[in-house]
Design a protein around this ligand. Structure first.
Ligand code: AMP
Length: 285
């Protein structure tokens, strides 16, 4: 029989619960950090954790420090009851659901300075975002002390930033990056898709189509990075996106833009459809 996950709000309490369950056993503990409003993308990470770990912990925390003023923190969807039902259905053991005052008590002022690759791409448009992400992820890793933490390729740069932080700061955790889960029409699942009207959703399909197109072009022998990036941008604009933050083809490790696409690459897009900011990417081998 599937049991409802145990929901824990405090750092001391989650540590104690995991310590008790570990006992003298060599349990492999997996953590899936999320901001809730769960969908199949998040659940795919939790399923990976279930498959490869003895104890699966999902954290749900809408992290205020990774939102800049004017971004969608206040209206970010919060759907805890539904999230818990989804996690129960796949047999997640523990849900860590701290409040803001637990993660950022008064007087808490230490933050992580993210690695240099955080200044590229997203970092050019969301200058404080990765400092907030690195700080909360390190705090969650310290609270839960998992053996492995699961992240989605959907946030390609975020996964790269976290892997680098974990290596640079000698954090004792394995980082697993899981593939992007898409709707049948190709739109990458995102908690923010619910903001889109039907018309905007149709426009949003251009992200995946543009990525597929650029992969085909590269597969067909085109190597001029700047030509390909200009074409990506134009395709998005022609499809009706409101504005393009970046449409880039980069080295998948350093995330530097490729002038000449002659090796494994990643194509990445960030753009606005109406007020909604969407990101997507595709690894090109
Ligand atoms: P979020 O709740 O948006 O912070 O996402 C939590 C985790 O789920 C991150 O590691 C994301 O990369 C991952 N994720 C979000 N959407 C998807 C998706 N469509 N496919 C795979 N992973 C995803």
């Amino acid at each position: 029989m599937v049991q409802a996950p145990v929901v824990i709000n405090g750092i001391a309490a989650i540590r104690k619960e995991i310590q008790t369950r570990r006992g003298s056993k060599q349990l492999r503990v997996g953590l899936v950090p999320t901001m809730g409003a769960l969908h199949e993308g998040h659940l795919s990470l939790a399923r990976q954790a279930k498959e490869h770990c003895d104890l699966t912990v999902v954290s749900i925390f809408v992290n205020p420090t990774q939102f800049a003023p004017g971004e969608d923190l206040a209206k970010y969807p919060r759907t805890l009851e539904k999230d818990l039902a989804m996690l129960e259905a796949i047999g997640v053991d523990l849900v860590f659901h701290p409040g803001s005052e637990e993660m950022y008590p008064a007087g808490c002022s230490t933050t992580v300075v993210p690695p240099s690759l955080a200044t590229l791409l997203e970092g050019e448009f969301r200058t404080t975002h990765f400092a907030g992400v690195c700080t909360i992820v390190l705090k969650l890793l310290n609270a839960v002390q998992p053996d492995v933490a699961y992240f989605g390729q959907k946030d390609f740069q975020q996964a790269a930033v976290i892997k680098t932080m974990v290596a640079d700061l000698n954090v004792a955790v394995e980082v697993e990056v899981c593939p992007i889960v898409r709707d049948d029409d190709g739109l990458a699942l995102s908690s923010r898709n619910r903001y889109l009207s039907d018309e905007q959703r149709a426009i949003a399909l251009s992200l995946n189509r543009t990525l597929q197109h650029v992969a085909d072009e590269i597969g067909g022998g085109e190597t001029d990075g700047h030509l390909l990036m200009a074409e990506m941008r134009q395709r998005l604009i022609d499809a009706g996106v409101t504005s393009v933050d970046y449409a880039a083809i980069c080295d998948p490790v350093t995330l530097t833009v490729l002038d000449e696409v002659a090796k494994p690459a990643v194509a990445l897009i960030a753009c606005h459809v109406g007020e909604t900011r969407l990101i997507d990417n595709l690894l090109i081998h």
